[in-house]
Design a protein around this ligand. Structure first.
Ligand code: ARG
Length: 232
């Protein structure tokens, strides 16, 4: 069976959900973005060819655990719960959840204002977990509406079908720019960090990924990519 195992393969498979600009998005028929650039550097370091699997966000953890993909690069927040299923790299990005509302809405300025409102999220994301699990001391909850893509939530918001959307900040900025009549509320309420995930126990790959993440911080590559994708 020598040569049949995945370990021997010349291909490294990254799984992502390209609905999340500028981390991963589809342009033409190509998956592009900040996470793709980092993944290319990981593949290069391993001397392997990078293959990208386009998956539902909610399928990524299972795919990594089962070995269908080698690693996840999907703007994925490193949470304690997820760390039971996969191993996370060192953090590579600091993010937060933000609220998007109609341009003329001045009544939603913080998380509490979402109580009793119809709020769109991307299924299975930390924004979804927050909104779905929200309960005030008085027992008020938020009426969650789950979408496959953040952009679909913002589209529904822009035509008044829902009251607000909760999304990660950088994708929120990009998506809001594509729709009329919506704005970002400057009331970030959950801070998080993104990390790359591998199958539990795959220390070899995790070490290489951490090496790449550390190296690009030191040699200026990270800053160059940051400037390119986040325009600072
Ligand atoms: N950071 C959030 C999370 O981990 C959202 C990530 C969504 N990523 C994506 N590629 N669609 O839940």
């Amino acid at each position: 069976f020598v040569g049949c195992g995945k370990q021997d393969s010349n291909v490294i498979v990254m799984g992502t959900n390209p609905t999340f600009p500028p981390f991963e998005d589809i342009q033409g028929d190509e998956i592009v973005g900040f996470d793709v650039e980092i993944s290319k550097l990981v593949a290069e370091k391993l001397g392997k060819e990078l293959k990208i699997e386009d998956m539902e966000f909610g399928q990524l953890l299972g795919a990594a655990s089962s070995g269908k993909i080698d690693f996840i690069a999907a703007g994925m927040t490193a949470t304690e719960d997820r760390a039971k299923q996969v191993d996370f790299s060192v953090p590579y990005f600091e993010s937060k959840q933000v609220i998007i509302v109609a341009e003329d809405n001045d009544s939603i300025t913080q998380a509490e204002d979402l109580e009793g409102k119809k709020v769109g999220v991307q299924l299975g994301t930390t924004g979804d977990l927050f909104v779905s699990g929200y309960e005030s001391d008085a027992g008020a909850t938020i009426d969650v509406v789950q979408f496959d893509k953040g952009a679909m939530a913002v589209a529904d918001l822009s035509i008044g079908k829902i009251d607000a959307v909760v999304l990660d900040e950088e994708p929120a900025k990009k998506i809001v720019a594509n729709y009329k009549g919506v704005k970002l509320v400057e009331a970030p309420f959950i801070e998080e960090v993104y990390a790359i995930a591998v199958k539990k126990g795959n220390a070899e790959l995790l070490n290489t990924i951490n090496e790449v993440l550390n190296e690009i911080q030191e040699n200026g590559t990270y800053d160059a990519l940051y400037a390119e994708y986040f325009g600072v």
